[in-house]
Design a protein around this ligand. Sequence first.
Ligand SMILES: [Fe+2]
Ligand SMILES: [Fe+2]
Length: 355
Amino acid sequence: MTHSCLTRRDFMKGAAALGALPVSMVELTFADARENFTFAYISDAHIQYISGNKFVRNWDRGLIRAVAETNLLNPKPDFVVFGGDLAQLGMKEELDHGAEMLSKLDYKTYCVMGEHDYYLDLGKYWSKLYGPHYYSWDHKGVHFVTLNSILTYDDWTHERWPTAMQRMIEMAGLDNPNGSPFMVGEEQRKWLAKDLAKVSKDTPIVLFSHSPIQKIYKGWNFWTEDAEEVQALLQPFTTATVVYGHVHQIQYNQIGNLSFNAVMATAWPWPYPQSYAQAESFLPKLTVPMNRADPFFERDATGWQLIDVHSGRVALHYKLYNNADRTVAFNPATGRPEDRTYQAAENRISPQLHY
Ligand SMILES: [Fe+2]
Ligand SMILES: [Fe+2]
């Protein structure tokens, strides 16, 4: 892989066509330009059933518009990834309605399991629509992996709740102390180790999960309990990137050789944990001073981003409803993703105080 051919001007051309919604475009660029390709990323639609044929309109509109704009992308992506939380409470009505909207995509679509899709029937109906909960594939020299990262302890899943809907509701609450930490689990980690054993160490790895495969904030399940064990399987590779949804906000981080980037939601933005005064947060594993959206704009951190990959490193170009454009890109000089405009700001305050 060599330098991306996506210039700022190309990006802005794309911007005009896209409007203002969370569609991510990923460009992977190779030495031979004929091998270049892009893919798009849509996440966290949270389609919510009311009654009869009624659904919460805002969330419907977010997904419908993202699908329409993805179909208008130029260049055409090779495929689309939907990053999880298609439904709000895992109901058949919600998954069917969401799937119908996603089926309007003109491209092959890969789906990631979200906790809102899973905890009613433990992913059974989702599987009818989309197949296995975890899988991998190769595309033009890149190895892609999708994990189901939102599993949890068996006793919580199988023994604690009087009804399946009660279990779903408890896990759906962002700051509900009755929730349980997400995890990938031993079965998938074993599968992943086996899957990656077949892949040469200089092949770029791009892994999709719903929750971050890093420990950001346990109180809101911005967290994966066995994150370090999954990271260890990715560390031997020259270039590995994790792209995740779930957090509904801009996040990026670097742990060892592993880059992390969150994509935004079509439904709503979450605030950053420390902007909740009652929540004591330590953000222990964030190694990069991170910019953030303005907590006084309720739609801030809602927008869309284009992603391109330079030599296997992801760069995200954000176009936000209520804030200046920003770019988060891997900086080879420091070995981490950075918002360079933000990093260079003279009056930048520390990330701990900035929230
Ligand atoms: Fe979500
Ligand atoms: Fe989620």
